[in-house]
Design a protein around this ligand. Structure first.
Ligand SMILES: *[C@@H]1O[C@H](CO)[C@@H](O)[C@H](O)[C@H]1NC(C)=O
Ligand SMILES: *[C@@H]1O[C@H](CO)[C@@H](O)[C@H](O)[C@H]1NC(C)=O
Length: 489
């Protein structure tokens, strides 16, 4: 049915444009500042370690061969390599999602990876006198995160683990466009057009999840959102009703069957309206799909009991049967994963790895670890059940692992909320430890420590031009700024 057309200034699309353009740094509460800085730090860490992956190397070579000439933006983990801003946003987005190690929100998407590379690349291309302060940068980042959360709340379908489109390729592109539009100080109408242009560049199918192409979804979201904002800044226009679903032809509602949009209000001074205030972020402890974290923790608790019994290791010879009680979701049900990408999306693999080793780590996904005979033996004993009360939803799912031993004893592990979930956030120390492991895989430790300090100070750094373009993006460019001197690699 075609609904009544609202007046131009009353559209949902216009309200989003106004929000992006007019929201103020004072609207970021201390909770939002703190949580978003944790996201920035974690996202840099997973991006830096992601620069060691094959998919990142392929994406980088592609960009260097195709588009090397206007190279002004820096690349995670590659001293001296520069690309055009949109391609730097692309490869850094690929790095961030290359191991599926980046943050996850509810309704489910990976918000930082689509936004941070774009605002970093855009900061690099801005002239010295227009570069953002640390607070402006964090505001743009938060706008990019907020827009993603708001759009996902317009659909009930979006609450569940997705079946059609990979959310970062949908709301991620919109978030990147919003953040970049704000960093470019576009007016409300241009901000709406940036979102409308980004809608035309959104959408990638779930079939490419668990393949080497999934990281491209975030790389492209980051890049295409930046391009949408740059095009809008040149005056390019698109549908003024793209978010409203009132024209009878699909706009953003093309991505969701049950899309019901609401205008986005500007915050008033005493209400904390950023969604990050009410909904904290999940940070992963190991590089796999978020759903794996429940079943891995449940299996790790069984591992603990098992090693308590016997020789201190778990042997498949002890185990008769492994029953997993997990949500029904096709793309993360993979009995015998054939690649690291499939392994990162396999309940069975992550449960058996944690059962065998007591934990899942970066090393669990190496080719050698994937081929271990003990692991394959355990995998052959796995059965799955999908209880009615265990929905494919990151806010309400659980993971249960029931191991029947040879001899008949039954051991059970259950996890409702893994450590790192938004209900049970990583401590600041754990988050830093993750960052040290990730960034430290590529950078010397003193640079890692300086990055931790820089992000901690982000909202208080007035002249942020060098800090962003040189420190965070790790460029080996000389600078007179003290804080950056020590970060050069
Ligand atoms: C990124 O998206 C653009 C536009 O949708 C598409 O043409 C391009 O092939 C994509 N590139 C990659 C590497 O995914
Ligand atoms: C981390 O530190 C901040 C202050 O810097 C504090 O407000 C917060 O509660 C700490 N813990 C977490 C999990 O954020």
């Amino acid at each position: 049915a075609v609904l009544k057309r609202p007046a131009p200034e009353d559209t949902v699309t216009a309200s989003f444009g106004k929000f992006i353009s007019e929201v103020k740094p004072q609207h970021l509460s201390s909770v939002v500042l703190h949580r978003s800085k944790r996201m920035v730090l974690d996202s840099i860490g997973v991006g830096v370690i992601g620069s060691t992956t094959d998919v990142f190397e392929l994406a980088l070579q592609h960009c260097q061969h195709m588009y090397a000439p206007d190279d002004i933006s820096s690349v995670y983990g590659r001293r001296g390599t520069r690309l055009s801003p949109t391609l730097a946003a692309f490869v850094n987005g690929v790095a961030t999602h290359s191991m599926d190690f980046d943050d996850t929100w509810h309704p489910a998407t990976h918000p930082s990876g689509a936004v941070l590379p774009a605002v970093l690349a855009l900061s690099d291309m801005m002239s010295a006198n227009s570069k953002p302060s640390g607070l402006d940068f964090l505001l743009a980042f938060n706008i990019g995160v907020e827009i993603q959360g708001r759009l996902m709340r317009f659909s009930n379908e979006a609450n569940n683990i997705p079946k059609r489109f990979h959310p970062p390729s949908v709301v991620g592109t919109m978030g990147s466009a919003a953040a970049c539009a704000r960093l470019l100080s576009l007016d409300p109408s241009q901000c709406s057009h940036a979102l409308a242009i980004a809608t035309s560049l959104s959408g990638a199918p779930m079939a490419n999840a668990a393949t080497q192409s999934k990281p491209l979804h975030i790389g492209n979201a980051s890049r295409l959102g930046l391009e949408a904002a740059l095009l809008a800044s040149r005056g390019l226009e698109a549908s003024s009703l793209v978010l409203d679903a009132v024209t009878g032809v699909a706009g953003f509602n093309a991505f969701y069957e049950d899309y019901v949009p609401q205008p986005l209000e500007l915050p008033n001074d005493d209400s904390h309206m950023f969604l990050l205030e009410e909904q904290d972020m999940a940070f992963k402890r190991f590089p796999a799909h978020l759903g794996m974290h429940w079943v891995a923790d449940a299996a790790a608790s069984v591992h603990k009991i098992l090693v308590g019994f016997g020789p201190g290791t778990v042997s498949p010879a002890q185990v008769q049967d492994i029953l997993l009680r997990v949500p029904k979701s096709k793309y993360i049900n993979r009995p015998f994963p054939g690649s690291e990408y499939e392994a990162r999306h396999s309940f069975q693999f992550n449960a058996c790895s944690a059962l065998l080793d007591g934990e899942v780590t970066v090393q669990s996904f190496t080719p050698a670890a994937l081929r271990r005979p003990d692991l394959l033996a355990l995998l052959s004993r796995v059965r799955m059940e999908h209880p009615q009360d265990n929905p494919a939803n990151f806010n309400s799912m659980y993971g249960e692992v029931q191991v029947t031993l040879v001899g008949g004893d039954i051991l059970k592990g259950h996890c409702d909320t893994f450590y790192g979930h938004w209900r049970n956030p990583l401590t600041n120390e754990s988050l830093r430890k993750k960052f040290r492991n990730n960034a430290g895989a590529v950078l010397p430790s003193e640079k890692v420590e300086r990055l931790i300090d820089v992000v901690e100070e982000l909202d208080r750094l007035g002249d942020f031009s060098y800090t962003i373009s040189i420190c965070l993006s790790l460029l080996p460019v000389l600078t007179n700024t003290e804080i950056c001197q020590n970060i050069l690699i």
